[in-house]
Write a protein that binds this ligand. Structure first.
Ligand SMILES: Cc1cc2nc3c(=O)[nH]c(=O)nc-3n(C[C@H](O)[C@H](O)[C@H](O)COP(=O)(O)O)c2cc1C
Length: 366
C-alpha cells in the first residue's frame, strides 16, 4: 500500500516534514510512505493550464492517482493554510484521481486550529474522504524538532503508529465491501469462502486456496465455450464458469468474505496472438499483510499460460509484449462500467467475445 505524504512547509527544518519522515520510518514493510518533495516547484495554479499541466503538476497528479491514501501535515500561517499546500490542492481540485481519495490531516502545532479547520473544509469540498481517526493533533512543543527527536518520544511514536493503522484501515475498506457484482455476502459465496479457509494456518494460505479454486475449478467461459454469461461473483460460482472479468469478481468476493482486502486490475492485451485488436483483461490484486498489494491472475491456465500464487513474486497469465499493450494503473474496488456492460447486456459468450471492451487510450479510462 502506498501513502502519499505532503508537507505544507518548505522550511529545511520543518517540523511537519519531520513528522512525515518519522512516519515513514514507523510504517511496516507492506506500507510505502512516499514524501513528495516537489510542492515548492509547483507554479501558481492557473485553470488555463488544466489540459496541459506543467510536468511537476502532472507528476503530483500521477502520485495522487497511484496512492491508496494521502497524508497532509501543514503549518498555520496567519490563521490560514500555507500557500504551499493550498496551491498544491488547487492543482488537484479538477483532477478526477483525487475524488474519493482517503486523506488524513496531521496538526503538529496544538495551539493552531484555524489552518487545520480550513484544510479539512477544503478537502471535504474537493470530495476527499477525510479519515477522522487518523486526523489528529500531535502534542508537540513548538521548539525545533527533528525526525530523531520524534522517534525518541514514546507518546508520539504510539500516536503515529496509530495513524498508520487507521489510514490502512480506511484505505482497505472499499476492498472489503460487498456489492452488486462482488456479492461476498451471498450465501453460496460465504459457504465456499469458509470451506476454502478451513484448516488454513494464515491469510496467505487462505488467499492461495481461493486463487487456486478460481483458477482451476471455475472454467474460463471462452476456453471451454460455456454459457451462460456470468458477471456477479455468485453467478460465476453457481454456474462454474466465467470470462476473466467475471472470474476476478468471484476471486475478489471469496477473499473479501474471508476478511482479506481484494481489488480488480486490468491489462490491455491483444485478443489473439500479437496483432490488434486489443481488449481489456481482468485480474486481481490481493492485500497481504506481509507484502502489501500483490497481483494474481486466476483466468485459468492452459498451454502457454502458467499463472501462479507465489508472493512476493508476481506470476501473471500474460506478459506485456506489444507496445500498445499495457498494465493499466490502479486497483479498483468495483468493476468499471464497460466490463459490467459487456457481461450484462449480452446473452451468449460469442456476443461477449465479439464485443470485448478496450481502454480509451486518449483518456486512459476504461
Ligand atoms: C509566516 C508565519 C506565520 C505564522 N502564523 C502562525 C499562526 O497564525 N498561528 C500559529 O499557531 N503559528 C503560526 N506560525 C508558526 C508556525 O505554525 C510554526 O512555526 C510551525 O512550526 C511551522 O511549521 P514547520 O516547522 O513545519 O515549518 C507562523 C509561522 C510563520 C513563519
Amino acid at each position: 500500500m502506498k501513502i502519499l505524504a505532503l508537507s505544507g512547509s518548505l522550511r529545511a527544518a520543518s517540523i511537519n516534514s519531520a513528522v512525515l519522515r518519522a512516519l515513514r520510518v514507523l510504517a511496516p514493510a507492506s506500507i510505502e510512505v512516499y514524501l513528495f518533495t516537489g510542492l515548492g516547484d509547483l507554479p501558481l495554479y492557473n485553470p488555463d493550464l488544466e489540459s496541459s499541466p506543467p510536468s511537476v503538476a502532472a507528476q503530483l497528479r500521477r502520485e495522487v492517482a497511484s496512492a491508496d491514501a494521502l497524508l497532509i501535515a501543514s503549518p498555520e500561517y496567519a490563521h490560514g493554510v500555507t500557500g504551499t499546500i493550498k496551491n498544491a490542492l488547487d492543482w488537484l481540485v479538477a483532477f478526477e484521481g483525487f475524488a474519493d481519495k482517503p486523506v488524513a490531516v496531521l496538526n503538529a502545532t496544538p495551539r493552531a486550529h484555524h489552518a487545520d479547520a480550513a484544510l479539512r473544509e477544503t478537502l471535504i469540498t474537493m470530495s476527499a474522504k477525510l479519515i477522522e481517526a487518523a486526523s489528529i493533533t500531535l502534542p508537540l512543543p513548538s521548539a525545533n524538532i527533528g525526525d530523531a527527536d520524534l522517534l525518541a518520544m514514546p507518546e508520539i511514536v504510539s500516536l503515529l503508529t496509530g495513524v498508520i493503522v487507521e489510514i490502512e484501515r480506511a484505505a482497505m475498506k472499499p476492498y472489503l465491501n460487498s456489492s452488486l457484482y462482488i456479492d461476498n455476502q451471498h450465501p453460496a459465496v460465504v459457504a465456499q469462502a469458509a470451506k476454502l479457509a478451513d484448516g488454513c494456518a494464515d491469510e496467505e494460505e487462505i488467499a492461495k486456496r481461493c486463487f487456486e479454486f478460481v483458477r482451476d475449478e471455475i472454467k474460463h467461459g471462452w476456453d471451454y465455450r460455456l454459457n451462460p454469461v456470468t458477471c456477479k461473483a455468485s453467478e460465476v460460482l453457481i454456474h462454474g464458469n466465467g470470462f476473466c472479468y467475471a472470474k476476478s469478481h468471484l476471486l475478489a468476493a471469496l477473499l473479501r468474505a474471508n476478511g482479506i482486502p481484494a481489488g480488480l486490475c486490468y491489462q490491455r492485451l491483444t485478443i489473439d496472438g500479437d496483432q490488434p485488436p486489443y481488449c481489456l483483461h481482468g485480474l486481481n490484486a490481493v492485500y497481504l499483510q506481509q507484502y502489501g498489494w500483490y497481483r494474481i491472475d486466476a483466468r485459468g491456465n492452459k498451454p502457454g499460460v502458467a499463472a501462479d500464487f507465489c508472493p512476493p513474486l508476481e506470476k501473471l497469465a500474460f506478459p506485456i509484449v506489444n507496445p500498445l499493450e499495457q498494465d493499466l494503473p490502479g486497483i479498483r474496488a468495483e468493476p468499471p462500467p464497460a466490463v459490467v456492460k459487456v457481461l450484462t447486456e449480452h446473452q451468449t459468450i460469442e456476443q461477449v467475445y465479439n464485443n470485448l471492451p478496450d481502454v480509451d487510450l486518449q483518456n486512459h479510462t476504461v
